[in-house]
Each structure stands twice: as structure tokens, then as C-alpha cells.
Design a protein around this ligand. Structure first.
Ligand code: NAP
Length: 271
């Protein structure tokens, strides 16, 4: 029951209609019986309106904000403090409003790391990471922390080199994808395959010894995941990242451990 005391959290993006964050977080709140204290909604916010949006957050006492594409870098400018991990990654996907003081966090890196660690130990594993955008930054941060050996593959070699220099890893263009054959883990952090039947890598570069993680979750099983399964590889679906980054956010917003299975169920019902 929503009352005059119910606080609001929201996810912002542009576009935002596809987001499963409201269903995921509201399922968690309901499971813990705190859905009258906090409700989670979504707002389509244009990047040019970020300054006004932040004024609104302060004026209305919005309790927490999740930021998705394209806001994760822009929103950092408006924080009173940014936690050290988010600063190192260079992006904020979670904002907590502590009595008017806005603190920015990044939970994406754990969202990727937790499902990977459920499959394998990451130390000294050779990882091919496709993409050099915001999501790739968070994933590299986590993998470096765990001692993985990372090679970036990206359409724009310039973007790959910039990231590779910052995080001390290898960088290649998409014409070197055959190198993935010798690697242990392949992660797609490009937007190729989102709502389309396309893979960022030819099936001939996949094999049964790979762990293949596609962070895209629409569709639930992307072309890359289907190809990897056909090759006998182990796979991790993109919704797992959404779930585990959301579980960390839930803790920051509520102070409670997230009821992960209830949140998973809510995602799977809607994905
Ligand atoms: P981003 O910052 O815009 O980066 C996009 C990346 O995709 C860049 O490396 C870009 O290469 C590459 N790319 C785009 N179009 C391409 C194409 N046609 N061929 C080859 N490469 C292409 O986006 P992001 O925030 O990193 O997000 C990437 C994807 O991950 C999105 O689909 C997003 O929905 C998904 N995601 C999922 C989760 C989750 O929780 N599961 C979390 C975050 C993001 P260039 O550098 O050459 O432009």
C-alpha cells in the first residue's frame, strides 16, 4: 500500500521503456514486506535535462536513482561524493540520497563478476572482451581486480586503445577475433545483438571450452548465446548481470540483503 510516507526510487534512461529495474526492485521490496516504505518507478530523462532532474531529486527527496544509458557518466558531475570504485571505473549507475547529500556508486562491475565467479575462478584466465564502452569499463575493473588476463576487441581501435592504456590490458580491432579461440572466457559488452538476430563474433571462433557471457538481455538468449550453446560452450545470460548489479543496488537503497531469487523470478517473467 502506497501512503504519504512511501519514498521513491527510480531508474532513469533514454529510452527507458524496456527497463526491467522497476519489476525487479519492486519484487524485492514486496518479498521483504517493505513495499509500503519504498516504491521503484522509471523515468525517461533526456541527457540535456540532467541538471533539472537532479534539482528535482533534491527537491522531492527521491531516495535513490539507478542510471542507465546514456546517463552513467553525465550524472557523476552532480554528485556530492562519488565512491572510490565508481571513480576508478569512471561511471555511476547508482545514486543514494542521504538527507540531501547525493552519493554515487557503481554496481555494474559486481553484476558481471558474480555470475562469472559462479562458473569459474578468474585468476589468470584469458578473457576476450568485446566492446570498449561504459559496460566494458566496469567489467574490466572487476576482472583486473581478480587477476584475469584481458584482451579488448572493439570496432573503434582508438576507443579500445584508450581503455587498454588506462587498465593495462591488450587491445585489438575486430579483424583479430580469431585470437578468441585460445581464450577461456568471451564476454560481449557491445550493443550488437540487442533486439536483433546478430552476433558480434563469427561462430567459427567459438568452441566447447569457452565460457560465453553476453551482457545483452533482450532477447533473453541472443544469437551469440545460441551459437555458443550449439558449440557446447558454457553460457551466462545477460539478465544475470542486471540481477546481480540490482542486488547490490537494493542493499544500498534499503540496507537489506536483496532477495535475489524473487528478483530473478520477476525479471524472468518479463524478459
Ligand atoms: P556504449 O558505452 O554505448 O558502448 C557500446 C559498445 O558497442 C562500444 O564498444 C561500440 O564500439 C560497440 N558497438 C556498437 N555498435 C556496434 C556495431 N555495430 N559493431 C560493433 N561494435 C559496436 O554502451 P554500454 O553502456 O557499454 O552498453 C553496451 C551493451 O551492454 C548495451 O546493449 C547495454 O544494453 C548492455 N548492458 C547490459 C547490462 C546488464 O545489466 N545486463 C548493463 C549495462 C549494459 P565503438 O567504440 O566502436 O563505438
Amino acid at each position: 500500500m502506497i501512503t504519504a510516507k512511501t519514498k521513491i526510487c527510480m531508474v532513469i534512461g533514454d529510452p527507458i521503456g524496456h527497463s526491467l529495474s522497476p519489476q525487479m526492485h519492486n519484487a524485492g521490496l514486496k518479498t521483504l514486506g517493505i513495499d509500503s516504505e519504498l516504491v521503484f518507478v522509471a523515468c525517461d530523462v533526456k541527457i540535456r535535462d540532467m541538471s533539472d532532474f537532479i534539482k528535482g531529486v533534491r527537491a522531492m527527496g527521491i531516495a535513490g536513482v539507478s542510471a542507465t544509458l546514456p546517463h552513467k557518466i553525465e550524472i557523476m558531475k552532480y554528485m556530492d561524493t562519488v565512491d572510490e570504485t565508481a571513480r576508478k571505473i569512471g561511471a555511476v549507475n547508482t545514486v543514494v540520497n542521504d538527507n540531501g547529500a547525493l552519493k554515487g556508486y557503481n554496481t555494474d562491475w559486481l553484476g558481471a563478476l558474480i555470475p562469472l565467479e559462479k562458473k569459474t575462478e578468474l585468476k589468470n584466465k584469458r578473457v576476450g572482451l568485446l566492446g570498449a564502452g561504459g559496460a566494458a569499463r566496469a567489467i574490466i575493473y572487476g576482472l583486473k581486480k581478480k587477476g584475469s588476463i584481458i584482451t579488448l576487441f572493439n570496432r573503434s581501435l582508438k576507443n579500445a586503445n584508450t581503455l587498454a592504456e588506462e587498465f593495462a590490458c591488450g587491445a585489438c580491432g575486430l579483424d583479430s577475433l580469431e585470437q578468441v579461440l585460445d581464450m577461456d572466457i568471451l564476454i560481449n559488452a557491445t550493443s550488437v545483438g540487442m533486439n536483433e538476430d546478430k552476433s558480434p563474433i563469427d561462430k567459427k571462433f567459438l568452441n566447447k571450452d569457452h565460457i560465453v557471457f553476453d551482457i545483452i538481455y533482450t532477447p533473453k538468449e541472443t544469437r551469440l548465446i545460441k551459437d555458443a550453446k550449439e558449440k557446447g560452450a558454457q553460457v551466462i545470460l545477460g539478465y544475470e548481470m542486471l540481477l546481480y548489479q540490482g542486488a547490490q543496488q537494493f542493499r544500498l537503497y534499503t540496507g537489506f540483503d536483496a532477495p535475489v531469487e524473487a528478483m530473478r523470478k520477476a525479471i524472468l517473467k518479463n524478459v
